[in-house]
Design a protein around this ligand. Structure first.
Ligand SMILES: [Zn+2]
Length: 277
């Protein structure tokens, strides 16, 4: 990973004395998402998308006009969503830790804040746009469509796992009968598109998916082995097994959440943050 050296940063600062230093998490987005850093006198630092849409790093107070969408859609972006909120809940990679479901409703899932405009700008703004950029990635015997921008990381996951599967054949069943990759759909009970719609998510063998039945209290369960979680996280994929509303077969490409340089100076780093890997 390339780092902006302190010296380079000082040069940046010298070039823009009024704007100050762009937050590390914002600067880091340029590595993974289409758009560029921008500074607005009234909006501060933010991200400028093709077409001129400006997404602020830190949103101001909510609009007095109250132009929020319909209430009650739990996975929808809150009004005035900003880029800083992507990092608000640190994603902690490493050893699998059971998620305490009794915290449901009080804690937030790492990575669940997705600024959809970034995905639309980067991966494609329509089903056809995304579809045209899908490539086939060989994944343990079959080839699956995946977005060209996330295909190489997925191939690297396979390269990490192949020798381990030879050594530990018990890993193989998790990696076959794959649940799916690309499908143009919205998140259940939400207006927002699933990361599967952008071709950057993969569901492993559905057989190992466990969900609490309707009416039963939510209880975290997992069968996905540590080695598989490690291989995906090492290549920039977050795991749905770290969510209260868990989805243990789900991995999605969110490199900004796993790149240590995205967290310099953020609350996550001050708390100890995510181990560099
Ligand atoms: Zn999924």
């Amino acid at each position: 990973m390339a780092f902006v050296s302190s010296a380079a940063l000082l040069l940046l600062l010298a070039a823009a004395p009024d704007a100050g230093q762009p937050p590390a998490g914002l600067r880091c987005l340029t590595r993974y998402y289409t758009g560029e850093l921008a500074h607005r006198p009234e909006g501060g630092w933010g991200y400028l998308l093709d077409g001129g849409t400006f997404i602020p790093w830190r949103a101001g107070p909510p609009s007095p006009r109250g132009d929020a969408g319909a209430p009650g859609d739990e996975d929808d972006d809150p009004p005035g969503v900003d880029l800083e909120s992507i990092y608000r809940v640190p994603y902690v990679a490493g050893p699998i830790v059971p998620v305490d479901s009794s915290d449901a409703g009080t804690i937030e899932d790492p990575g669940r804040v997705r600024v959809e405009q970034l995905f639309l700008a980067t991966y494609g703004a329509s089903r056809t746009d995304v579809f045209d950029r899908l490539v086939k990635v060989r994944f343990f015997g079959l080839r699956y469509p995946f977005h060209e921008l996330a295909a190489e990381p997925l191939r690297r996951v396979v390269a990490r796992l192949e020798p381990q599967v030879l050594e530990t054949p018990a890993l193989k069943p998790f990696l076959t009968n794959i649940g799916g990759t690309f499908i143009w759909r919205k998140i259940a009970r939400s207006k927002n598109l699933s990361t599967h719609a952008f071709g950057i998510a993969i569901d492993l063998n559905v057989h190992y998916w466990r969900w609490t039945r309707r009416g039963e209290p939510l209880r975290w369960q997992n069968k996905i082995p540590q080695a598989i979680v490690d291989a995906f996280e090492a290549e920039g994929f977050i795991w749905g097994g770290r969510w209260v509303h868990y989805d243990t077969m789900h991995f999605e490409y969110r490199p900004e959440l796993l790149d240590p340089s995205c967290r310099e100076g953020t609350a996550a780093t001050m708390d100890g943050g995510v181990p560099a890997r």
